[in-house]
Design a protein around this ligand. Structure first.
Ligand code: NDP
Length: 463
């Protein structure tokens, strides 16, 4: 500990990663300060994962009411009130925000509010009052923000997920640009709440990077519900009409008349005017902070974690990077995150849960791959009369029998992916799956009853 600095550690950004690092370091007796310019909790808690999941829950009731009939229920007239949902959601987010701040304070770290910029390798400046603060180490954990699609004519008329959480009224029709996590999740939210929803995606199939069966299966399921998904299509311009409605002009010639156009085309690191150049911190071509595998920037006293580093933009990854950072710097245990087998969920409807390699990735890595695949109707859907198959898939390295990928599309897939994540990370083999007793009757039991490969992939070719 060096008394020549005001603090041992100064954390810029009170989101999931920054807060975790500040609390862990303070718990080890370090003198820590953290600042947040907007609201403690950051993207995940304030305008990301948490409010999104509350909206997902809200949107699912429409199908639940339909399904209830098959189970003998008569559901009376239903009505949905958007302002009630938003007010209740806001109350919950405020509670969580307070909890985040309280937890920082309880840990012994000093929690500041206001914007900090880098002035040098050991110095930051609070922009409100120009106060300068020194620290032996600085952690940049400022996250990212939605890409505003500045090159799209009429982008100023569009919203991003930020505004979607606070719309004064629910649109009757919406067009969503993008085909990633956010586009897919919000398309299902809006559709479930009764909004006529169109997704416009530039490439061949939604959710690039996910297993092809899952991508295609979700596309079909969403289309069957009535979501209009336009692949290999672009929005050329968004025009505001005199009545306030928007016209999205598509490259293919169609014009969509909608109340809102939402951009979901990825996120950008929050490094603008952060002082990185002044402190000597290198950025990559898209403005993200460049770090080594221990999250250290090119300036030895400055580290960066979370979305600002553009590695894997996921809350648990930022938190894990924070833990590794503290272990490396303060506990004499240099630790680096394992990005290989990160389980993740997409809260689409149906949900996706996934961990490890896709079939295509495994085919490129191993000479022989075994694919085990089950497609079936979940029991809950049978007498509900819902035509929505569930898909499960195991990707197995033929030589070692190790399960290198597990993918699910269907109810509770996110919950399943957490447990599959443990197994895959531990190096589980297909024989371990086969030797595991089923839990009956569940959907997940299919994972331990797929005895024969559905097909093999040899040298990248399906045989
Ligand atoms: P993603 O990176 O998932 O998807 C971006 C989408 O926008 C892609 O479909 C991409 O197409 C498309 N795109 C990119 N640039 C353009 C452009 N100029 N014009 C048209 N389309 C474009 O980003 P999201 O915004 O959906 O989400 C940001 C991150 O947040 C995700 O990467 C994810 O890590 C995280 N997140 C995680 C969630 C979860 O864990 N459940 C939920 C929400 C977000 P293409 O495929 O062709 O490149």
């Amino acid at each position: 500990m060096s008394e020549t600095f005001d603090y041992d550690l100064f954390v810029i950004g009170g989101g999931s990663g920054g807060v975790r690092a500040a609390r862990r370091a303070a718990a080890l007796g370090k003198r820590v300060a953290i600042t947040e310019e907007y609201r403690y909790g950051g993207t995940c808690v304030i305008r990301g994962c948490v409010p999104k999941k509350l909206l997902v829950y809200a949107s699912k009731f429409s199908e639940d009411f339909e399904d209830a009939r098959g189970y003998g229920w008569t559901v009376g007239e239903t009505r949905f009130d958007w302002p009630t949902l938003i007010a209740n959601k806001d109350r919950e987010i405020e509670r969580l925000e307070r909890a985040y701040l309280t937890n920082v304070e309880k840990s012994g770290a000093v929690a500041l509010t206001g914007r900090a910029v880098l002035e040098g390798p050991h110095e930051i400046r609070m922009t409100d009052d120009d106060r300068r603060i020194t620290a032996e180490h600085i952690l940049i954990a400022v996250g990212g923000r939605a890409n505003p699609h500045a090159d799209l004519p009429g982008a100023e008329h569009c919203i991003t997920s930020n505004e979607a959480f606070h719309l004064a009224e629910l649109p009757k029709a919406i067009a969503i640009i993008g085909g990633g996590y956010i586009a897919v999740e919000f398309a299902n939210i809006f559709h479930g709440l009764g909004v006529a929803t169109t997704m416009i995606y530039r490439s061949k199939e939604i959710l690039q990077g996910f297993d092809d069966d899952i991508r295609h299966g979700l596309h079909l399921a969403m289309a069957r519900k009535g979501i209009d998904i336009r692949c290999e299509e672009l929005v050329r311009e968004v025009e505001q009409r005199a009545d306030g409605r928007l016209a999205a002009h598509l490259a293919g010639g169609d014009v969509l008349e909608v109340d809102q156009v939402m951009l979901a085309i990825g996120r950008k690191a929050n490094t603008e005017n952060l002082g990185c150049e002044k402190a000597g911190v290198a950025l990559d071509a898209v403005g993200a902070v460049v770090v080594d595998e221990y999250s250290r920037t090119c300036v030895p006293s400055i580290f960066a974690i979370g979305d600002v580093t553009n590695r894997l933009q996921l809350t648990p990854v930022a938190i894990h990077e924070a833990m590794c950072f503290v272990d490396t710097l303060y506990r004499g245990r240099p630790s680096k995150p394992d990005y290989e087998s990160v389980a993740t969920a997409v809260f689409s409807q149906p949900e996706i849960g996934t961990v490890g390699l896709t079939e295509t990735q495994a085919g490129a890595r191993f000479p022989e791959v075994e694919i085990y695949r089950a497609r079936f109707k979940p029991m809950r859907h049978t007498i509900a009369g819902r035509d929505e198959p569930m898909l499960m898939k195991l990707v197995v390295d033929g030589a070692t029998r190790q399960v290198v990928g597990a993918h699910v599309l269907g109810p509770d897939a996110g919950e399943m992916s957490q447990l599959l994540g443990i197994a895959v990370k531990a190096g589980v083999t297909k024989d371990d799956f086969d030797g595991t007793m089923a839990v009956h009757p569940t959907m997940a039991e299919e994972f331990v009853t797929m005895y024969e490969p559905t097909y093999r992939v040899r040298n990248g070719e399906k045989v």
